[in-house]
Design a protein around this ligand. Structure first.
Ligand code: MF3
Ligand code: CO
Ligand code: CO
Length: 251
């Protein structure tokens, strides 16, 4: 499949979409507290995004019912906001925002702490953030997509954690999910892709406290959980390979 190459005008639009997605994450942080439902957070994000002239990309995406993803504790990704999910002291939660602004997508997520969390949870969050930033650092014009997964995997393993293999980063821009797909581990089963100027994609490592395996539980077909019920964390940025190096649109 062909990989989209974006020009400077596209980069301007991608910057605007990325900044808005990041602003949603900033805006929501004061509301992520014990006693609040994830559905309340979803509503606040929906209003903020629409007020800023954008569309929440997850809403109705392949039938996804909400505007954002909220993944709590052992949920790896694609947690569905719900009135019945009330945040509790000690929870860790990933909030994943994707907006469409002027036809361009910005996709970013980060971890939030509810009250006081364990040292282990903090170490998982710190490691996952480092994995994302080291992955971004590995992106070079003329380098390879496999460079990203290699550094993420070796850093996570060094900290005693595992890397989820069932979900990937992705090309993005004028569509939500497209080539190239970005593995967060060293995947020797796929052809490698050379990174070129104008490519735009996400890096979004999911790092687990225990086993890497994901399972789906009864209730919905979306939400992935750790197979052993232990914690999972994730951070995501949308980046572009520009003339003057790598740009993080969602920083
Ligand atoms: N934002 C997610 C990603 O990083 C995708 C969510 S799709 C949804 O790719 F339908 F689950 F919302
Ligand atoms: Co993404
Ligand atoms: Co996302």
């Amino acid at each position: 499949m062909a990989i989209n190459i974006y020009n400077e005008d596209d980069f301007k639009k991608l910057r605007e979409a990325g900044i808005l997605a990041r602003q949603v994450l900033d805006y929501i942080s004061e509301f992520v507290v014990a006693g609040v439902s994830t559905n309340h957070i979803d509503k606040l994000c929906y209003d903020f995004i629409v007020k800023n002239g954008a569309i929440p990309a997850p809403l109705n995406y392949h039938g996804f019912p909400k505007s954002i993803c909220t993944s709590v504790n052992s949920e790896i990704c694609h947690g569905i906001p719900d009135d019945s999910v009330i945040l509790l002291d000690g929870d860790i939660v990933n909030i994943d925002i994707t907006v469409i602004k002027d036809g361009y997508y910005g996709d970013t997520s980060r971890m939030y702490k509810v009250g006081k969390i364990t040292d282990k949870a903090q170490k998982l969050i710190d490691t996952t953030y480092q994995c994302l930033m080291m992955g971004i650092d590995a992106v070079k014009n003329g380098g390879f997509v496999s460079d990203i997964g290699k550094v993420i995997e070796s850093y996570a393993h060094g900290k005693g954690f595992s890397v989820v293999e069932d979900f990937v980063g992705h090309g993005i821009g004028t569509d939500f999910h497209m080539d190239p797909y970005i593995y967060h581990f060293h995947n020797t089963n796929v052809p490698d892709v050379m990174i070129k100027e104008g490519m735009v994609f996400t890096i979004e490592p999911m790092i687990n406290e225990g086993v890497k395996d994901a399972i789906f539980l009864k209730g919905n077909d979306w939400t992935a959980y750790t197979a052993d019920g232990k914690l999972s964390a994730q951070f995501e940025h949308t980046i572009g390979v520009g003339k003057n190096g790598v740009e993080i649109f969602t920083l």
